[in-house]
Design a binder for this molecule. Structure first.
Ligand code: HQG
Length: 180
């Protein structure tokens, strides 16, 4: 993604996931913002975007972070919120093994307390080892943990998948972490 689009995408992540009030934006209970309102309010903060720009951000975002509703009047972030929204995700059965990328300096705490959702709604997991490495690298020296999702399912944990293929779960207890 070109630099300017990346900047807009980061601004959109901020207001659609964490701080809509930063630009006076209203999200509905399912996390949707009115597209025109978003454009006007981003522009009021100097963003200089139109519908085509937002479309380009949605289409070129490498993690498919954003989605339009069916008639393209609304937009939301697919996952990663810290504010309370109900994404109306449906439970789904994950592959037997999922991965979580994290940083070496928090491993001891994770092995003791499990994977906690911290500021987000869920613990984020992925079916791709490669993705896990890059997610972990955001926090420090990356470590990829292997999660026994099959056993978690068998023992009653519910998993959800987002529109951009992130697996979500409430918590991963230490006993489900197979290896690092
Ligand atoms: C760690 C990105 C200490 C956890 C990615 C992680 C993802 C603990 C950090 C999405 C812990 C939270 C989410 C414990 C968990 N003790 N540390 N007990 N339990 N942690 O950013 O999973 O680019 O909230 O390992 O692709 O890194 O935003 O979660 O390191 O899908 O679209 O606490 O963010 O997507 O960090 O990343 P985060 P995450 P976007």
């Amino acid at each position: 993604m070109e630099k300017n689009l990346k900047h807009i995408s980061k601004f959109m992540s901020l207001v659609l996931r964490h701080r809509p009030e930063e630009i006076g934006l209203q999200l509905d209970e399912n996390g949707w913002a009115d597209l025109q309102e978003l454009i006007i309010k981003l522009n009021s903060k100097g963003a200089n975007v139109d519908e085509a720009t937002i479309q380009l951000v949605v289409d070129t975002n490498e993690k498919k972070r954003f989605a339009f509703n069916d008639d393209k009047t609304k937009i939301r972030a697919n996952q990663g919120h810290s504010i309370k929204v109900d994404l109306q995700l449906s439970p789904a059965t994950p592959p037997d093994v999922l991965y979580h990328g994290t940083a070496l300096h928090v491993i001891a705490s994770i092995m003791k307390n499990g994977l906690l959702k911290q500021n987000r709604h869920h613990v984020h997991l992925t079916a791709s080892k490669e993705t896990a490495v890059s997610v972990g690298a955001r926090h420090g020296k990356p470590v990829v943990l292997e999660i026994d999702a099959a056993r978690m399912v068998a023992e009653g944990f519910e998993f959800y998948i987002t529109d951009n293929d992130v697996w979500l779960v409430e918590i991963v207890l230490p006993e489900y972490i197979i290896s690092g």
